[in-house]
Design a binder for this molecule. Structure first.
Ligand code: NAP
Length: 496
């Protein structure tokens, strides 16, 4: 059986975007392998109440597939997933896709120049090229708290919210006050008997000013796509300058800092509670959150903000560092993702058996966030240093899609060659990147965040610049940055 041209791992924005990029180039020789049973990636997985995107919907969608029907300024999860499902259907991706397929190992064989991909259930594929579109925020991070496994009640991570979880009349403990927690806390607060929110560090919260998009405006966008593009363009240019305050001059964020402080003062009348909800790190050091209802929820009579550290979890609740035990029936870990360790060991083995998780043990590195030295014909979408603190990550993704599209077209034109980024090119790219990051608020803002590797402090996550600088860097595929080894002759391979 002939090998697949391109295997795409993941059916979220990245994986579907890659499939569409290939289809637009007239290449239908690809297969999408997805662990879950539907398309959507993070928007399929995260189903906690109130889940939505905090980037305006017109910018949090593909530029080549505008959707006039967004019901709100910030799209709820269900609408984003429906948008991706609609793309999946309109590009007829179903017969290219294998859902329920968890890839457990992939290995590069220089002769015949193919990736061998194995699924947990024993199925096997061979592919000339692999696009890793698994997302950096897919592996939940459980907190390392003693006694967690002894808890007798219900315990789950925010990303694994059980469908129909009954919270009525429950005593609920929430660990974490990040982007996920501040979205579901206002939703569950009115339903539960008691809510204990364990905050390690207070986030900066700006008003979200979410509102419905009136029907007439949606109809207008449908009739005048140019108008919707104009709105998108306006949002883009409103958000883009914010990176200056994050990378170059924290002082430039003063307007946002005072807006956030006023927001807190207006929504939390009690000065003692307000003081405990006030962030201590530089704004932007962690992701700045947007919410209109988080602070009001925290003032609820059934809510207690706990700022003492957690000593341990007991079978009945949580014991804090001051010795107080708060009983709980449900424990929700809103503790984020293993962003600096996005892959398990042994999943991806490149040239000479090199393990990608091992190569990335001090923090992920890549060339242009996309290719990794030692891993021929492998392309990573939303890879190292492609996350943003100020705008839509889909802008970064689209730059990568057309770059990878060009690289794959180069491989089509040179079927006897592989592409592997030169170590020197990767080093240079990262040297410049890390130099810019070294003065940024992410590295120097006085907080620990998922942007930084917990042991090395290496910032493997954020792009320190304007999105158009990244786009410019990836506009043209640059074969000279790559080793182009001749690959061995093909031998018979099997595909599941
Ligand atoms: P997160 O932002 O990493 O927040 C994790 C929270 O858990 C933080 O408050 C952290 O405290 C706390 N925490 C972690 N370990 C802890 C421990 N051992 N004890 C006590 N507290 C602990 O995670 P997230 O809220 O799931 O969001 C992750 C990312 O997903 C976001 O930054 C964003 O990129 C994405 N996201 C996006 C949206 C959106 O609207 N676009 C929505 C949700 C998520 P510290 O702050 O002290 O570390």
């Amino acid at each position: 059986m002939t090998p697949v041209g391109t295997a795409i791992l993941g059916a979220g924005f990245s994986g579907l975007g890659m499939a569409i990029e290939l289809a637009r180039r007239g290449d239908r020789d690809f297969r999408i392998l997805e662990r879950e049973n539907g398309a959507g990636g993070t928007w399929w997985l995260n189903r906690y109440p109130g889940c939505a995107c905090d980037v305006p919907a017109h910018l949090y969608s593909f530029s080549f597939a505008p959707w006039p029907g967004w019901s709100r300024r910030y799209a709820p999860r269900g609408e984003i997933q429906a948008y991706l499902q609609a793309l999946f259907e309109s590009w007829a991706l179903d017969h290219h896709t294998r859902f329920g397929t968890e890839v457990t190992a992939m290995e590069w064989h220089p002769s015949p120049g193919l990736w061998e991909i194995r699924a947990g259930d024993g199925r096997r594929w061979h592919a000339r090229r692999v696009v890793l579109a698994a997302g950096g925020l897919a592996r939940p991070a459980w907190p390392e708290i003693p006694g967690l496994d002894t808890f007798r009640g219900r315990a789950f991570h925010s990303q694994q919210w059980p469908s129909g979880e009954p919270l009525e009349d429950r005593r609920v403990a929430v660990i974490g006050t990040g982007a996920s927690a501040i979205q579901f806390i206002p939703e569950i607060q009115p339903r539960v008997r008691a809510l204990h929110v364990y905050q390690r560090s207070a986030p900066w919260v700006l008003p979200r000013r979410d509102r419905p998009v009136p029907g007439w405006r949606r109809r207008l966008y449908g009739r005048l796509p140019g108008l919707q593009r104009l709105v998108r363009w306006g949002i883009y240019w409103r958000l883009e300058p914010r990176v200056l305050g994050l990378v170059h001059h924290p002082a430039l964020s003063f307007l946002h800092r005072s807006l956030a402080r006023r927001h807190l003062k207006k929504q939390v009348p009690d000065p003692a509670l307000r003081a405990r909800l006030a962030p201590e790190h530089e704004m932007g050091c962690k992701r700045v959150l947007l919410s209109d209802d988080y602070y009001p929820a925290m003032t609820g009579g059934n809510v207690e903000l706990v700022t003492e550290g957690i000593r341990r979890v007991t079978p009945d609740g949580i014991l804090d560092d001051s010795g107080s035990l708060r009983r709980a029936d449900t424990l929700i870990a809103a503790t984020g993702f293993q962003a600096t360790r996005p892959l398990p060991p042994g999943l991806v083995r490149g040239r000479d058996g090199l393990d990608l998780a091992q190569a990335w043990q001090d923090g992920p590195v890549a060339y242009k966030g996309t290719t990794v030295s030692g891993f021929p014909n492998l392309f990573v979408l939303l890879g190292p240093n492609t996350a943003l603190g100020h705008s839509s990550v889909l802008l970064m993704l689209e730059s990568q899609l057309q770059y990878v599209g060009q690289a794959l077209a180069w491989l089509d034109r040179n079927p006897d060659r592989a592409l592997e980024v030169r170590p020197g090119a990767q080093k240079d790219w990262n040297r410049r990147l890390q130099a810019r990051l070294s003065t940024s608020v992410w590295n120097r803002g006085g907080c620990s965040s998922w942007y930084l590797h917990p042991e090395t402090g290496h910032n493997a996550t954020v792009w320190p610049g304007f999105t158009w600088q990244f786009r410019r860097g990836l506009r043209r595929f640059d074969p000279k940055a790559y080793l182009r080894p001749r690959i061995g002759r093909e031998r018979a391979v099997s595909n599941a």
